[in-house]
Write a protein that binds this ligand. Structure first.
Ligand code: S2G
Ligand code: ZN
Length: 459
């Protein structure tokens, strides 16, 4: 294998040392041990095409790797695969101000794209806690959402062109950046969210938005889960929200401990909502706050008075993931239609409190999109594998509630390895067969990201 790889890549761009295999053989998940055979660092499309064709000839398996911030094991290589890292295909290779389109190689870090857009007086609006290290190729492969979906949509909404190598080693240019193109199946939208199982993303043409108005951030203390949706409806009727996030008191205490931050206001509340909106609508927001206060839906609130105060308030939400990481949380990332959130919460809460009475459950997420992150924190007394095994066993009960609400068992983190066995709670048998048939079309020799997203079951 290594000799064959050295015919495509210079020696320095083929790594087999233990440290590299571990580092590039995984993402942010820690429940599966990384064990790739090698890591390669392509610098151009022709090398990736040659690699995929070699893999088809020799039966090698390839795992694409971007920023390695995934949370479902989508970039984990645990069975002698070759990791294809896009770290060295990380340049912005084109920009057109008229089209407002940036052409990025897959390895461009999300934050770099955001900063490039700002330098052009424009805006790339998809943002989330890991944007400082995630790569645009991985964001596309998982259709990453993040904190401003309620106003700006998901990664999918900003991809106007894609260059991919299919599992057969064919180079396909999707859509060429066109706004309108009614010429049959749009392979771009097949590739987006396919988690590296249909093709390897080499380049993307990303549309940019007009720069946003200066934003104001508000954090509200809320007494009852169900009232969060009343508050959402009240504010949505009064103004156009850029973000509507929520988190529990437990999540807040973990961030305050981890980052030595101050509470948003003196009294603790069971839940908090974090809202963001145009500064020009602060008056409407204050009126909506008064209305919620009168309804006793909120008990306290704080409004940012400056950019730095807005950033500090965002830290309370964006710092959660990193602050709870030391508790090796078992993550659920589920979504239902926003109208179903109150009932959904009641039913999931019942499952969680009956099955996890002894475990700390950390709730937070993009509730404005109907997306909840339910993180069960590992108690010191339990070792990781016992803890994960126990949570994995209970997940079906949570996913049964998701299924009853026609929700998603993975709203934005993708299916990868960790959610693969539960796909049937959100996708029917017919859909899963059609997905396997699509996989056979684009990757007939099952070269790409084996074992992720789909199982080759008959079911
Ligand atoms: C969030 C980040 C990953 C996590 O904070 O919105 O998507 O820890 C998450 O769940
Ligand atoms: Zn999230």
């Amino acid at each position: 294998m290594i000799d064959a790889l050295n015919e495509i890549f210079s020696a320095a761009r083929v790594r087999t040392d233990a440290e590299s295999l571990t580092a590039w053989g995984r993402d942010w998940t820690r429940s599966v041990a990384p064990a790739p055979a090698a890591v390669v660092f392509p610098e151009q499309a022709s090398e990736v095409v040659a690699l995929v064709r070699l893999a088809n000839r020799r039966g090698f398996k390839l795992v694409p790797s971007g920023g390695r911030t995934g949370l479902s094991g989508g970039a984990v290589a645990s069975a002698g695969e070759i990791v294809v890292s896009f770290d060295r295909m990380n340049r912005i290779v084109g920009f057109n101000a008229t089209d407002r389109i940036v052409r990025c190689q897959a390895g461009v870090v999300t934050r770099v794209l955001q900063e490039f857009a700002a330098d052009q007086g424009l805006y790339y609006p998809v943002d989330f806690a890991s944007s400082g290290s995630s790569q645009i190729g991985g964001n596309i492969a998982t259709n990453a959402g993040g904190i401003r979906v309620i106003r700006h949509g998901l990664t999918r909404d900003w991809v106007v062109g894609l260059t991919v190598v299919t599992g057969s080693g064919e180079l396909v240019e999707c859509n060429h950046g066109l706004t309108k193109n009614a010429t049959g199946y749009d392979f771009r939208h097949l590739m987006i969210g396919s988690e590296g199982t249909l093709g390897l993303i080499l380049e993307a043409e990303m549309r940019l938005a007009a720069p946003p108005e200066p934003q104001t951030v508000m954090v509200l203390g809320i007494n009852r889960f169900g009232d969060i949706l009343e508050v959402l409806a009240c504010f949505q009727a009064a103004l156009s929200l850029s973000a509507f996030e929520f988190f529990s008191e437990l999540a807040l205490t973990k961030v305050l401990e981890h980052r030595q931050l101050r509470r948003p206001f003196a009294r603790a509340a069971p839940f908090y909502a974090l809202l963001e909106f145009d500064q020009g609508e602060t008056e409407q927001a204050t009126a909506a706050f008064e209305a919620c206060l009168a309804q006793n839906w909120v008990e306290d609130g704080v409004l940012s008075q400056s950019e730095s105060q807005a950033r500090d308030l965002w830290q309370l939400r964006e710092g959660i993931s990193e602050s709870i990481a030391p508790f090796t949380p078992y993550k659920n990332d589920v979504s239902v239609k926003v109208s179903q959130v109150p009932q959904f919460l009641v039913e999931v809460e019942a499952v969680v409190s009956s099955r996890y009475p002894d475990l700390e459950v950390c709730w937070y997420g993009h509730i404005g999109d109907g997306n909840l992150h339910l993180n069960i924190l590992k108690p010191d007394a339990l070792d990781v594998s016992t803890f994960y095994e126990r949570c994995h066993r209970i997940s079906p009960q949570i996913f049964e509630v998701v299924e009853r609400h026609s929700g998603s068992i993975s709203a934005e983190h993708g299916v990868g390895l960790l959610k693969r066995d539960f796909l049937g709670y959100s996708r029917t048998r017919v859909e899963r067969r059609l997905m396997r048939q699509l996989k056979a079309v684009f990757d007939p020799n099952q070269v790409l990201n084996p074992g992720k997203l789909l199982v080759a079951d008959s079911g």
